[in-house]
Design a binder for this molecule. Structure first.
Ligand SMILES: Cc1cc2nc3c(=O)[nH]c(=O)nc-3n(C[C@H](O)[C@H](O)[C@H](O)COP(=O)(O)OP(=O)(O)OC[C@H]3O[C@@H](n4cnc5c(N)ncnc54)[C@H](O)[C@@H]3O)c2cc1C
Length: 538
């Protein structure tokens, strides 16, 4: 991935002309602004300061090629991919870069690295794809003799499918596309497609309890993990690959979501499914967000939800329509049908079904009946297919927005169905007030994307003209939204994890005693406290 943004050089997704106009009209963005990242030579980072003895011992243990401290490698591991991360790295600030990056190719070498770093009091940051949006991979070295990134990229050889049990034991460093490619060779899929799929890893998903776009149907990663192999400074924490167990509290659950502070996940046994033979994505329109939410709730509680269910609120629907490149299927069909049903505006829903031809047809028919009964009007499959084709495009567009001096950030939560509307309003209001109070007119949008019988997630995207102090502007918005989430009864994170950015709100979720329990586990597994300091635990 390029050091300052998403994807690789040469793979840009340009902003459609309609978007340029919308930025000017709604955000008062200056059309002449271009804030390109500084040239790589101007990126500043400190000289590596790993203790010489440790450097030598690591090189001996790993081999010279699996330890690097060149500028490119260190900058590539300095930050994750949140908005503030990108603001800083694009301005040339890589002051958080690790002193070195190691690439162990086995769990035994991971254990060796942890042992050596504990002896030398050097912080270790497990690094999967580096797509954290909560400050999860930025090395924080206060109180330590240095910091290294432990990149799992070389731990990516093994995919062992048990076709009978429908499980796959896989190395933690595998990236999404390679994992799916290998699983498809055996006719199975994990069905886990976060928007960061192209650049995130199995270990990162498990360590952050991630949710994919089709998680309503296939399950979140925490539901897909059967067992883990986790290497800690105190030894190996392995859990048994069994479908279910009553053997006390689940240690697997302790490792899942541990964000690199307890150990390094080297392998996971995952629950897979037969790869779908058929796929049908379609769009629906609802008169309002409240009406659409209710229809999705009824569908989910009846056990008839689709695999992908996304409902955009009024503002997100409006923006989606405006951004559909002129003449695109989304734009043409969306506009025509929304006008047909007499309420230009309304709310767009995408539902997607996967499975055998028969299953897809049966499930689709049942869901359609419920959606129609809930006030939905079908827009057909073309806008659905257009969404499916573009489902990984948004992060590329974010780079374009940053180029134009636009704050573009997302945050998420989940709550009960009965509280969903109230929380949606509260967070929207908090973001609007925080940004408008600083003199920038924001655009705040939201969608529901993960359904549960008792509630759903809310995913907010907000845009505003970037202030000179872009980080202070972001912090004000983030704090206001987080406070509104906590006060409004939502979880501080439904799938992005805690990292550094949500730490101060963990006590509101787990309570002080709960945090002490987690600290005690860390103390036992990582007595020197070298693993990902400053993350997860307040
Ligand atoms: C554009 C974009 C879209 C995104 N979309 C989604 C989405 O749809 N759903 C979603 O859930 N998230 C999403 N995310 C967030 C992010 O992609 C997820 O948190 C993902 O699971 C991180 O995986 P990674 O391999 O990049 O992990 P990293 O970013 O490298 O690491 C994340 C955290 O896990 C730890 N870690 C990583 N690997 C290991 C390991 N093997 N053992 C122990 N700890 C480890 C790290 O130390 C860090 O704390 C998105 C992020 C971006 C930038």
């Amino acid at each position: 991935m390029r050091w300052w943004g998403w994807g690789e050089d040469g793979h840009a997704v340009p902003l459609p002309p309609a978007a340029e106009k919308l930025l000017q009209d709604e955000l008062e963005a200056d059309p002449g602004v271009r804030k390109r990242p500084v040239p790589f030579e101007q990126v500043s980072l400190a000289e590596p300061r790993l203790p010489g003895a440790l450097r030598e011992r690591l090189a001996t243990a790993l081999g010279a090629e699996t330890m690097r401290d060149d500028r490119e490698t260190r900058v590539a591991h300095a930050v994750g991919r949140s908005y503030p991360d990108l603001v800083r790295i694009r301005s040339g600030d890589a002051s958080s870069a690790p002193d070195a990056v190691v690439f162990p190719g086995s769990a035994e070498l991971v254990a060796a690295v942890l042992g050596l770093c504990a002896e030398h009091s050097v912080a270790v940051v497990p690094f999967g794809g580096g797509t954290s949006v909560v400050g999860g991979v930025e090395p924080l070295r206060e109180g330590f003799a240095g910091a290294i990134s432990l990149d799992l990229g070389r731990l990516s050889a093994s995919v062992d499918v048990d076709r009978t049990s429908l499980t796959a034991s896989v190395d933690a460093g595998l990236l999404g596309p390679e994992l799916e490619r290998r699983l498809r060779e055996d006719g199975v899929t994990l069905g886990h497609f976060p928007q960061s799929f192209e650049y995130s890893t199995v270990g990162g998903w498990v360590a952050t309890r991630s949710a994919g776009q089709a998680s309503t149907g296939y399950g979140r990663i925490d539901e897909l993990v059967e067992a883990v192999r986790c290497v800690t400074p105190a030894g190996e924490l392995g859990t048994k690959a069994v479908p279910a167990s009553a053997a006390g509290p689940s240690l697997r659950e302790l490792v899942v979501g541990s964000e690199g502070v307890l150990g390094v996940i080297c392998e996971a046994t995952l629950r897979v499914r037969p790869a779908p033979a058929a796929r049908r994505y379609e769009a629906w329109s609802f008169a309002s967000f409240a009406e659409g939410c209710d229809a999705l709730r009824v569908m989910e509680q009846a056990g008839a939800a689709a695999d992908v269910n996304r409902l955009s609120d009024e503002d997100e629907t409006r923006l989606t329509m405006a951004l559909g490149s002129s003449g695109s299927t989304t734009e043409k069909l969306g506009r025509r049908y929304l006008r047909m049903r007499g309420h230009e505006g309304g709310c767009l829903a995408i539902v997607g079904f996967e499975g055998s031809e028969e299953e897809v047809e049966d499930r689709r028919r049942r869901a359609a009946g419920l959606l129609r009964a809930g006030g939905g009007v079908t827009l057909g499959h073309r806008p659905g297919e257009a969404w499916y084709r573009g489902r990984f495009a948004a992060p590329y567009l974010r780079d374009e927005l940053l180029d134009r001096g636009v704050l573009a950030e997302t945050l998420e939560t989940a709550t009960s169905w009965s509280n969903l509307g109230k929380l949606h309003e509260a967070v929207r209001e908090a973001l609007r007030a925080a940004l408008a109070g600083r003199g920038t007119q924001p655009l705040v949008m939201c969608h529901v994307s993960h359904l549960y019988p008792s509630g759903a997630s809310l995913y907010f995207t907000f845009l505003a003209r970037q202030e000179d102090d872009a980080l202070a502007q972001w912090r004000a918005a983030k704090t206001a939204a987080s406070e509104a989430i906590v006060a409004g009864g939502g979880t501080i994170t439904h799938h992005h994890a805690i990292g550094r950015d949500h730490r101060q709100w963990l006590a509101a979720e787990d309570g002080e005693l709960g945090i002490e329990v987690l600290r005690a586990a860390k103390q036992r597994l990582d007595p020197a406290g070298i693993l990902n300091p400053g993350k997860l635990l307040p």
